[in-house]
Every structure is written in C-alpha cells, then in structure tokens.
Design a protein. Structure first.
Length: 121
C-alpha cells in the first residue's frame, strides 16, 4: 500500500493474488483473494486480518459495517455478510478507544486467541 508519493504505508505478502479491493471510511483496505476476504489497516501498525473464507472468487467494490458488496465472476452483485468484531476490536485498540474495547470484551464475542495474540503485538 502506497501513498500518492509512492511511499510505503503498509505491505503484506499474500500466498494468493489479490483480486480486488476498496478503502472504507477508516482508511482500511478491504480486499479479496481467490479464497478469502481480508483487511489491512493503512497505518504504521501493519495490522491485517481475515473476515472469511470464500468458495468462489469475488471482486470487492464497497464495504459498509458488516457487509461487503462484491461482484462474482458472472458479473452479479453479491452482498456478503461478515463478522467484523475482530476488525472493530483492532480498530478500537489502534484508535485507543478504550470504551469500545471494553464493550467488545464484555460481550464475549471475540475468540480468546485473537485477543491474546493481538495484544502481544
């Protein structure tokens, strides 16, 4: 991921080719590979994650809340529901929004390994 002056903001080596992507309102890059829907924060913390696995490749065009709007290979628009709790948790930590972090933790919707591994970083 580069700035308009071609300075590296974040980078990631993917096993599969990136098919498509878009930026959301938080300046996070939401993208698809042949097998996954993923995200990468456009910040110095180099945070990445996976929303979900895919059976068939899709081409991401828009992301909003917990929905990804994408085209399939036949050109039909799909709305893909995702669990974005992990993404919201990491975003809240990055922004140092401790009230939101506390709220997410109190709901108990995050896997324990996710919390521990991310907090170690």
């Amino acid at each position: 991921m580069l700035t308009k002056n071609f300075e590296v903001m974040n980078q990631l080596k993917e096993a599969s080719k990136v098919k498509s992507g878009c930026f959301d309102e938080n300046n996070t890059f939401i993208y698809s590979t042949s097998t996954h829907l993923k995200y990468m924060f456009a910040s110095e913390c180099k945070t990445t994650g996976t929303f979900k696995s895919l059976e068939h490749p899709v081409y991401v065009s828009f992301f909003m809340k917990n929905q990804i709007f994408a085209f399939n290979r036949t050109g039909e628009m799909q709305i893909i529901e995702i669990n974005n709790t992990d993404y919201i948790f990491k975003m809240a930590l990055q922004k140092k929004n401790l009230l939101e972090v506390k709220e997410i933790l109190s709901k108990g919707t995050l896997c324990g390994h996710t919390i521990v591994s991310y907090l170690k970083e």
